[in-house]
Design a protein around this ligand. Structure first.
Ligand code: ADP
Ligand code: MG
Length: 316
């Protein structure tokens, strides 16, 4: 298709006996913020490295901007901005010099480059730090420098591999806002993460990966419609008997009930008055309860239903 920016077709990548990518296919269209969501080890970075021809693969085809991608496709590469998972900047160059170096790989005209470097510095708000060396920067600022180095040449396709891991919440929000802004300015974005909240927040379309396979794909609403869960109800309650638990399990639209650590969790599929029905039942038995809340499905629920395991362990 005309507006397909990235086409990955049946990619297989092995590391010895391990299949890191198992017949993985993906189409990404112009203007998307495409999210690649999966737990650690699911194959996100391997996908990006194959996409950029930094890594050879065993089977499959990759084209970008309608052309086959190869290690020497410099005309394609100059239109791509890449922000790697591990910060890659030169310790002996300042913030300004680092951005100028990476921009200079693609933009030879000095006047134009000067403007581009300034644009990148103000985009990531590193004006005050332009003469700093990387080792003087906090983790969040270093991430922002890494991003500036990747986007200074104003690429049409920007790939960010887990750019918010171990970043403080303030820098994290800046990074997410920045990605949306780059998209508004016209760039197509590929964003990998194992944080479902971020992917839900910014991505227009999402592929969920597990063990090198694409297990689901769609907008966040489409993904959530694929599963039976529509509502999860949590109630803090003491000493609930098995008898009452099974009465709750027998209510309409309830498909699973768990009770541990004084917390009742009820999984519902469809229906409008699930919470009221449960509370009525508890009241009928004259049971008192603490905090009550109802949650809509998350991408974690999508992952859980398809794979039978959580996307990541609940954070303490
Ligand atoms: P993600 O980025 O989603 O965390 P990766 O693409 O880094 O996942 O890794 C996918 C799988 O490939 C993992 O099981 C990982 O251990 C394995 N892997 C990655 N790089 C190598 C390598 N250079 N040699 C051997 N195995 C690797
Ligand atoms: Mg990775």
């Amino acid at each position: 298709m005309e507006n397909t920016v990235v086409k990955i077709d049946n990619l297989v990548k092995r590391y010895g006996d391990l299949i890191a990518l198992d017949h993985f296919s993906l189409d990404i269209n112009q203007g998307e913020i495409f999210g690649l969501l999966g737990p650690n080890g699911s194959g996100k970075t391997t996908t990006i490295n194959c996409l950029l021809s930094l890594l050879s693969f065993d089977k499959g085809n990759i084209s970008i901007f309608g052309k086959k991608m190869t290690p020497v496709s410099y005309d394609i590469k100059k239109e791509i901005g890449i922000i790697m998972q591990n910060v890659a900047v030169f310790e002996e160059l300042t913030v300004y010099e680092n951005i100028d170096y990476f921009c200079g790989l693609y933009v030879k005209d000095k006047e134009k480059r000067k403007q581009y470097v300034e644009d990148a510095i103000s985009f990531v708000e590193l004006e005050e730090f332009r003469r700093f060396y990387p080792k003087k920067l906090s983790g969040g600022l270093l991430r922002r420098l890494n991003i500036a180095c990747g986007i200074a040449h104003k690429p049409k396709l920007i790939i960010l591999d887990e750019p918010t891991v171990a970043v403080d919440p303030q820098s994290r929000n800046k990074i997410l806002e920045g990605i949306c802004e780059l998209n508004r300015q016209g760039a197509t974005i590929i964003y990998t993460s194992h944080y479902m909240e971020e992917v839900e927040q910014i991505c227009t379309r999402i592929a969920i990966m597990d063990k090198g396979k694409k297990i689901a794909e769609g907008t966040k609403d489409e993904l959530k419609r694929m599963i039976r869960n529509t509502e999860t109800i949590n109630i803090e309650i003491l000493g609930l008997s098995d008898q009452i638990c099974s009465e709750i399990a027998g209510l309409p639209h309830v498909y699973d009930v768990q009770y541990d650590d004084e917390r009742l969790t009820v999984y519902c599929s469809g229906g409008k008055h699930n919470l009221i029905r449960i509370l009525d039942l508890l009241q009928k038995h004259e049971l008192s309860f603490g905090r009550v809340f109802s949650e809509l499905p998350t991408l974690n629920d999508v992952f859980l239903e398809i794979t039978g395991k959580a996307l990541r362990d609940k954070e303490a």
